[in-house]
Unconditional design. Structure first.
Length: 266
């Protein structure tokens, strides 16, 4: 790999211990601040490396679907949870595939499951993260064409959810993943984008800030930014996710700004 972006597991800011691109919800993103970022849209040596994807499965029962915002927040916490898990770091059992995934493009795919599908998905190695109404299971990365059978058969398109009531204003002391108010995304696409934003914030944090966030249980909010506030957010120096345009939206679109208090510039 040739890149100026350090891998999370060998970055000076990373603590030593714990912590198919054929789908509508298969985004690629870039970190706006780093020329060597694996999220950049233009072709780089990362595109020549074997490509992997981080699978996420959301439990969406027909009679009791989760609230949209809670699903987005739970997906973001799931990404942070696997990034900081001891099995994903150092010599952990998932560490090599996590490195392989991050040596190439950073892809995430969100699929949905219910009933027996969910029970089969839960039986595979991974981590289930629970929100107020949402359950999201995240798995170690897999090759783009090497999905486990019980995940490959799950639906990926058409995942949409609603909030029964408008979400409250976020706590200004808590990290917020701000969504672009001018882009409409399915719930699955937005979950993947929120995961990208959380990952960029994690990479940019100092080791003490990462530890504090993890030990607090990764509190965060996902909200749609006010149209008047969005231009300021995208030029603030905070991590910005840009989509590669494989699905749903135009390439290069800014989808998420990761506003962590520890990353704010005075």
């Amino acid at each position: 790999m040739t890149s100026n972006a350090p891998r999370p597991d060998d970055s000076p800011n990373t603590q030593a211990s714990p912590a198919a691109q054929d789908s509508q919800d298969t985004p690629t993103a870039e970190g706006s601040a780093s020329p060597g970022s694996p999220f950049r849209v233009e072709r780089t040596p990362r595109d020549e490396a074997p490509q992997f994807v981080l699978p996420l499965v959301a439990r969406i029962e027909r009679d009791a679907p989760p609230a949209r915002t809670d699903a987005l927040e739970t997906a973001a916490r799931a990404v942070l949870t696997i990034l900081s898990d001891e099995r994903a770091l150092g010599d952990g059992e998932w560490a090599q595939v996590m490195r392989d995934w991050q040596d190439a493009r950073i892809r995430k795919v969100v699929r949905r499951a219910r009933g027996a599908e969910w029970r089969r998905a839960e039986a595979l190695p991974g981590i289930t993260v629970t929100g107020k109404s949402a359950e999201v299971r995240v798995y170690p990365p897999v090759p783009l064409d090497g999905w486990p059978k019980d995940l490959a058969r799950l639906q990926v398109s058409g995942t949409d959810l609603d909030d029964p009531e408008p979400p409250r204003d976020p706590d200004p002391s808590t990290p917020v993943l701000w969504l672009n108010p001018d882009i409409a995304m399915s719930a699955g696409k937005a979950m993947a984008q929120a995961g990208h934003g959380a990952q960029l914030a994690w990479w940019d944090l100092s080791a003490p800030a990462r530890t504090a966030w993890r030990e607090a249980g990764f509190p965060l909010s996902v909200r749609t930014a006010a149209a008047s506030h969005w231009p300021e957010l995208t030029t603030s120096g905070l991590p910005v996710v840009r989509d590669a345009g494989f699905t749903e939206i135009a390439p290069g679109s800014c989808t998420v700004v990761a506003d962590h208090p520890a990353l704010r510039h005075s």
